[in-house]
Write a protein that binds this ligand. Sequence first.
Ligand SMILES: *Cc1c(COP(=O)(O)O)cnc(C)c1O
Length: 399
Amino acid sequence: MSSEFRTNIKPIPYGRQHITEDDIQAVIETLQSDYLTQGPKVVEFERAFAAYVGAEYAVAVSNGTAALHLAALALGVNEQSRVITTPITFAASANCVRYCGGTVAFADIDPETALLDVDKVKQMLESKPKGYYAGIIPVDFAGNPVNLEAFRRLADEHGLWVIEDAAHSPGGYFVDSKGEKQLCGNGNYANLAIFSFHPVKHIATGEGGMITTNDGKLYNELLKLRTHGITRDPNLMEENHGGWYMEMQELGYNYRIPDMLCALGISQLQRADAGLARRKEIANVYDNAFEGSPGIEVLGTNPDAFDAAGETGHAYHLYVIRVEDRKGLYDFLREHGIFAQVHYIPAHTMPYYRGLGYGKGDFPEAEHYYSQCLSLPMYPTLTQQEQEFVIEKVKEFVG
Ligand SMILES: *Cc1c(COP(=O)(O)O)cnc(C)c1O
């Protein structure tokens, strides 16, 4: 369908990975080394990633969903737990609560930013006795960082934990009330944060994920849960029969990530800042192109994600616009080889969550946002020429 229109130009996706010769060499070297899994590259990746986001500890896992599952387990989510999250996110942000048997309590979004609305969460918490809710999972949707200080304050007042879903926001930051930049995933306000290394995310290892924290106890618990609930640390064991002895102390999983992927992650991490700078450049070009364009509304950046110099901490995983005829624009762009995408279909309207009692109409802001949103191509290797073509076609349709 698209090839008749743009035979000489390859399709433009909404996001894609960037693999260099150095990345490939790093993987090859690991393939030729002694360890394919549970080797030194895992720890090296964890240390480099923790340093990048400014957290004390990091635990690398098989994917971002596994990271969420382990985070929920480590914080004790069970059948009695009610956990608040946003319907405008990838399903895994909510599903991790269900894996542990808990109840997902969605709260509506702020229509300006599409981020979980702190005031709505506050109202929910205040309408129930203390102890009713167990935790909050805010999402740095599209790379737009949430104000975690505000969620932390609420969580402390009501005795809750916070998991930051930072899958979209490595390198992003918000500015706290003291005027200090707080990097996404740095663990200063959230108990745990999670990241994903799926190919559309900033750092791509194919499949992969990370949990970051400043809490040493949670860190040790996550290490154990990642590998079957087994410990080999004599200091943590109840018995010790000899050199072979290890102890399975609770029910864990195999959520390990192989060394080849960690080698790829380490190599990618070295270009993370350059990739982020390029994303901001692309966002800037879109911003200028759409400013004052009737019928095209750019999704707002969290006002707390600007530093004193006016620099933004938005990590631009996605570049989202809102238009009246979203389906028309989506189809028109596809005809021209531009594969824009919709993020997200509100989780509470999915058949699975409808089966748990949710339904259309429950979260009007999320549903209204969904009816208009479209994510335009946003990735570091998007060329200037490709971006100009995208802008031209968007304006041609809307204008
Ligand atoms: C990608 C993503 C995840 C899950 O990551 P996977 O690595 O694909 O399992 C979780 N939350 C959000 C917001 C995501 O975008």
